[in-house]
Design a protein around this ligand. Structure first.
Ligand SMILES: CC(C)(COP(=O)(O)OP(=O)(O)OC[C@H]1O[C@@H](n2cnc3c(N)ncnc32)[C@H](O)[C@@H]1OP(=O)(O)O)[C@@H](O)C(=O)NCCC(=O)NCCS
Length: 146
């Protein structure tokens, strides 16, 4: 498994993966924007030259590194790929932008993702009512390694 920066030409594949992973996938326009804003923080995981996961992050004006999206192809889950993508993007945020405070939002029902985030040091900071378009609440999770 190899982790590298995504290129513009990967975005169509990433959009297909996004649709496979989420009931309410991000639109292609958002992926294009994320990749152009912080190309250093938009990473793909590849197995045998096939994209099997991605993570996209931005640096917020309040100084937080914000993990905006993470997903792994269902056929490649539970092999440590999600964890490695998270670790790598956090390392890059620290190295390139001197950012050591990270945040993300996750559906309160997404136990698997919550377990992953807790296993790498994120803690639930707040519950955000009706954060998602279907009315579901989100947990705001924070990791502070400063
Ligand atoms: C969440 C997701 C990215 C995890 O990816 P993954 O590559 O399978 O995760 P990893 O193999 O790195 O797992 C890391 C840890 O997360 C937890 N975890 C992951 N999958 C789990 C499962 N099915 N059951 C229980 N714990 C699980 C475990 O603690 C695991 O560590 P361990 O394998 O040493 O026990 C993946 O399930 C996914 O794409 N889900 C759909 C999209 C999504 O929900 N994204 C997050 C939105 S906020």
């Amino acid at each position: 498994m190899n982790i590298r920066r995504a290129s513009q030409s990967d975005l169509t594949t990433i959009f297909e993966l996004e649709k496979k992973c989420f009931n309410d996938p991000y639109p292609m326009e958002l992926l294009i924007m994320l990749q152009s804003l912080y190309p250093e923080l938009f990473l793909v995981a590849e197995c045998n030259n096939v994209i099997v996961g991605y993570v996209a992050s931005v640096i917020r004006t309040d100084g937080f590194g914000h993990i905006v999206s993470l997903c792994v192809d269902p056929e490649y889950r539970r092999r440590g790929i999600g964890k490695q993508l998270m670790t790598k993007v956090e390392e890059l945020m620290k190295k390139l932008f001197n950012v050591c405070l990270y945040r993300l939002e996750v559906r309160v029902s997404n136990f698997i993702a919550i377990m992953l985030y807790e296993s790498i040091g994120y803690r639930i900071q707040a519950r955000i009512p009706r954060y998602y378009s279907n009315g579901e609440d989100a947990y705001l999770m924070i990791k502070d390694v400063c």
